[in-house]
Design a protein around this ligand. Structure first.
Ligand SMILES: [Zn+2]
Length: 180
């Protein structure tokens, strides 16, 4: 069970909060401000990314230059920002982490990760170029043939699950709705 981080002080007025059930029919306790009554809702975050594939079938992975899991390999992905669509977020993360020129493809996987309060969403993407310009968050961006995937040093279970499902049937149009 994911326990939300404690919110001790109101984000609006700075006074103390207390945990209580809002009186609007809500079913969960929330941090409610004892001064202004503001209710602090905490909800899952979306992580958006891509499976960037070259025309020869190789897949682009990025070696992380940030914690958590520094030095492990990941698909380009990150937290969705406000005022962007899923596809825009996935494209932005692919650009920031790999500097890859992609053509966005179909939705591939939606993975609920309730124990960390996240949903991970991956799109297929076609690499238009094999030149990469990784940003500060990435040590190295390189292509891996399906039989070269570094399964032992992948960053996250959602990355491994997405890659496994993709490689099992790269041309399927099925959307994989999964949970960890
Ligand atoms: Zn307040």
């Amino acid at each position: 069970m994911y326990t939300p981080s404690a919110i001790d002080f109101c984000s609006r007025c700075g006074h103390r909060t207390h945990l209580a059930l809002p009186d609007d029919g809500d079913t969960r306790q929330r941090a409610i401000c004892t001064h202004c009554g503001f209710i602090h809702y905490q909800n899952p975050l979306n992580v958006v990314g891509t499976i960037p594939v070259a025309d020869d079938g190789r897949i682009l992975l990025c070696k992380r230059n940030i914690e958590p899991r520094w030095g492990t390999w990941t698909l380009p992905a990150g937290f969705m920002e406000l005022n962007e669509t899923l596809e825009e977020g996935a494209a932005r993360e692919t650009d920031e982490e790999a500097g890859a020129d992609i053509e966005m493809g179909r939705l591939f996987s939606i993975i609920s990760v309730p124990h960390v309060g996240q949903v991970h969403i991956y799109f297929c993407a076609r690499l238009r170029s094999l030149e990469f310009a990784p940003g500060i968050e990435t040590i190295e961006a390189r292509l891996f043939a399906p039989d070269e995937i570094p399964w032992e040093t992948l960053s996250f279970r959602t990355v491994a699950l997405t890659l496994r499902r993709f490689l099992a049937d790269p041309h399927s149009t099925q959307v994989h709705c999964l949970s960890l």
